[in-house]
Design a protein around this ligand. Sequence first.
Ligand code: HEC
Length: 139
Amino acid sequence: MRMLIALVFVVAACGKNTEPPPPSSGTPGAPTESGPGAKKPAVGADDQAQKMFMTVCAMCHGSDGTGNGPAAENLNPKPRNYTDPAWQASVTDEEIKKTILLGGQGVGKSASMPGQPQLKDQPEVLDGLVKIIRGFGKK
Ligand code: HEC
């Protein structure tokens, strides 16, 4: 009898879904599929924005948004500290979007801040980035 109970337990444990996570493609800026008949991307734009932030923006802005990314060391001026409530209050979402699209050069800020003009065609991803940046201010 005891054997049986143990066996049931083992079978139940094996039934668990333990798929490994998908490999990350690691290609920021890669073209997204938009073939004929492609509906709104099922993969959330927020996910895409998150991935982009972590692979591209975090290099300078830091994964915690404080501007301490590995590539920020030699920058002058340094990237903004997104967790600063005074800064959060001083900019509008529109200004943030404009800076992301045009880069620092396009808005009179440091040219070290690269623009992402291709996001003009992916407003949901752009919105996602703004959400991430705003999120750093809500700690
Ligand atoms: C190569 C480094 C670098 C990368 C990569 C980078 N930034 Fe920046 N970013 C900067 C710097 C430096 C500034 C500050 C410019 C200034 O204050 O003159 C800045 C400023 C900004 C600002 C404006 C903040 C303000 O003062 O209003 C926003 C918004 C921003 N970055 C978003 C992003 C996003 C989103 C990404 C990724 C898509 C990104 N940045 C990638 C360096 C970078």
